[in-house]
Design a protein around this ligand. Sequence first.
Ligand SMILES: Cc1ncc(C[n+]2csc(CCOP(=O)(O)OP(=O)(O)O)c2C)c(N)n1
Ligand code: SF4
Length: 248
Amino acid sequence: MEKERKVPHFVDNPSNFCPGCGHGIVSRLVAECLEELGQDRNVIYTIGIGCSSNMSAGMKADRLHCCHGRASAVASGMKRVNPQNVIISYQGDGDAYSIGMGESMGTAYRNEKITMITINNTNYGMTGGQMSATTMPGQKTTTTVYGRDCSVTGNPFKFPELVASQFDVAYAARGSVDSVGNINRLKGYIKDALEAQIAGEGYSVVEVLIPCPTNWGMTPLESLDHIRNNIIPYYTLGVKKARGGKSV
Ligand SMILES: Cc1ncc(C[n+]2csc(CCOP(=O)(O)OP(=O)(O)O)c2C)c(N)n1
Ligand code: SF4
């Protein structure tokens, strides 16, 4: 008989993400990890502005919806006054790496003992698909109608690689939800990141590549192929800084 995979209690409400969106998979994986680590009633989320804001609708966990880009700064303060709680900053790429680049860098630089989950869908999803720091070279968005020209905008930003190589962080990784195998690997990264926080080792971050069929103008299945064929070759998956180890 097939083993039933239990839905974690605090994400068993309906969400309002678009069909085929990857946000829901990530929020469920985080919830599964928290339950398995016995931290599901000890967690506080800081949530960024963007489609991640929709998390609040379906989630029965303590959380603070922060000003745009500032969630990791808020999480830093929360952790300093509540060191016994697991603090997760859940943000989109526009929130974490565009408007919030300063706060995200500062949080990693100070090696705050929080976990950042950043959702990379290569655009500002909620506001209709504008260019973000992670938009791919040549990608058409509503603000790069001829395709992103990196000679003008700079190159797509690689946050986990940057903090893993330059700062003294505890853990950094990038995963993807494009396949069952990658979803299972991603769960391992999220668990490692949370365990690093629980052990007091310092800052941990997991960036996740997700599909945004609505703004990519693709079907959900086309979006998964797009991640595999076009995004993963640039945004490579895997652990960039292992716990207690060196940058990879
Ligand atoms: C100070 C401020 N500036 C701009 C906005 C408009 N805004 C809302 S969400 C968003 C982008 C969110 O993109 P991202 O973080 O990538 O999340 P996604 O929606 O793609 O998950 C912007 C620019 C805002 N709410 N507040
Ligand atoms: S706009 Fe994109 S990221 Fe936002 S809920 Fe829809 S598919 Fe997901």
